[in-house]
Design a protein. Structure first.
Length: 454
């Protein structure tokens, strides 16, 4: 049992003072009360910790290495992808574990309470499966065991190089599985979850419309009847054009017509949608998984968050390529993209909520839905995923309630995060992960072995 006291906390009913939070041995909140006297463990402000709903952990080791223009004067997502393929061909299971633990540590220090790992690097260089087909999935689980982050593992089904079902290229071959082999891999990964912390979840991820066959895409709700389903959708103009040429409809329209999209689904990026598609997909109940820093880095485009939220759509935030891991910056970049496109200010504010509060509330709900995790609010029965902001900092001094959220997101940064709990595990104290030294040392050793890969 842990008992934590917050001078101020954001509860489902709104802001409260003198909040006592009890956490039981399962990592869930067992009691919560306001207007209580201070206890032994005190924080200035307690907030629910969002889920990072989309991560490719291994790409963190590439951060900063792809900022020179290649030989193609129209350097783009597709040329970046070729560099990524060259890099990943070097990665061993040990590398994956070390890089993933480092990424998860940074997520926790940023204020995330859990992570959804969209995991598609399954096999050996050359495409042969490891003797244990779930070897790489188990490395992601081992990393979470070290970092202490709450994990939803999404083994990814990746079968083809395009909508015409062309063979995978050399760079993609480590991802590839037939539908039957993927089900075997998924079953093995699911079995591994039994040895992980009780809050660990598993879902499934058809990579994209271009990487999975039509019949298999239509079968996902039946083949995997429980748990989250995530998929990249409508990220790049070239992808939209390829799907339309091959299947006669744009990606969002095709998915809505054929895949039974509902609240189990999380569609990643959705940066290339028409207004009509935006409204229809928002009303499907699916979550839009937004990764504004990566979408900016790769030139994906701007998600229409104003129209989406106005039509009742659910959103969550992810760090995707992990070029930079910053919860506050993801939220800021999301809103600033809307301002730049439309020439407005406070684009995502509503008449009753500030920008920071509306976006923060939305990503809490969407992340919980997309991860299948009972989280996103400080209430009895919820997972104790929460973080504290330092309201004694000069950057937040004299601010209260929603204005603290606005100041943290738009005028501060993640250095204001002091403590983070994931399912009751107190993994960040005074701004630093409790295993930082060991995790960073292992990451540096890995980088030393990979430094000539690009």
């Amino acid at each position: 049992m842990q008992k934590i006291w917050a001078e101020t906390a954001l509860l489902p009913t709104g802001w409260a003072s003198g909040v006592s939070i009890d956490i039981d041995g399962t990592g869930r909140i067992s009691a919560i009360a306001a207007d209580t006297p201070a206890g032994d463990t005190c924080v200035p402000m307690m907030l629910p910790a969002p889920v990072n709903l989309h991560s490719h952990a291994f790409q963190r080791a590439m951060a900063g290495l792809t900022e020179r223009r290649g030989p193609d004067p129209s350097d783009s997502f597709w040329t970046w992808r070729q560099l990524m393929f060259r890099f990943l061909d070097r990665l061993t299971p040990e590398d994956i574990e070390a890089i993933t633990a480092f990424v998860q540590m940074e997520m926790l220090e940023s204020g995330y309470g859990a992570s959804v790992e969209f995991h598609y690097l399954h096999h050996q260089p050359g495409g042969k499966a490891y003797d244990n087909i779930a070897e790489m999935s188990q490395r992601v689980l081992a990393a979470a065991g070290q970092s202490g982050i709450g994990l939803c593992l999404l083994p990814v089904h990746y079968q083809y190089g395009g909508c015409d079902q062309r063979a995978l290229t050399a760079g993609q071959i480590r991802f590839g599985n037939s539908f039957e082999q993927f089900q075997t891999l998924h079953d093995a990964a699911r079995a591994s979850i039994a040895k992980a912390p009780a809050d660990t979840q598993i879902g499934v991820a058809p990579h994209s419309l271009r990487a999975v066959g039509i019949d298999d895409l239509k079968a996902y709700n039946t083949a995997f009847p429980s748990g989250p389903i995530h998929m990249h959708l409508a990220e790049q103009r070239a992808e939209v054009e390829e799907v339309e040429r091959a299947w006669g409809k744009r990606p969002v329209d095709w998915a809505l017509d054929h895949m039974g999209l509902n609240d189990r689904w999380c569609l990643i990026h959705c940066t290339q949608m028409t207004p009509t598609e935006t409204i229809a997909l928002a009303r499907s109940g699916a979550v839009a998984g937004l990764c504004p820093i990566t979408e900016s880095s790769l030139g994906d485009g701007i998600f229409d968050a104003v129209r989406w939220l106005d039509n009742g759509g659910a959103i969550g935030i992810g760090s995707d390529s992990n070029i930079r891991i910053s919860l506050s910056e993801e939220l800021r970049t999301l809103d600033y993209s809307q301002r730049l496109r439309d020439g407005t200010r406070a684009a995502l504010a509503s008449p009753d909520r500030s920008t920071g509060r509306r976006v923060f509330d939305a990503v809490l709900r969407g992340g919980a839905q997309a991860s299948g995790r009972k989280t996103g609010c400080l209430e009895v029965g919820s997972s104790a995923d929460m973080f504290s902001l330092d309201t004694t900092s000069e950057h937040l001094w004299g601010r209260e309630h929603d204005t603290v959220l606005d100041s943290w997101i738009f005028a501060g940064d993640d250095r204001l995060v002091t403590d983070v709990w994931s399912a009751g595990r107190h993994m960040v104290k005074d701004g630093y992960h409790i295993q930082r030294a060991d995790i960073v040392a292992a990451y540096k050793r890995t980088i030393d072995t990979l430094k000539d890969a690009l």
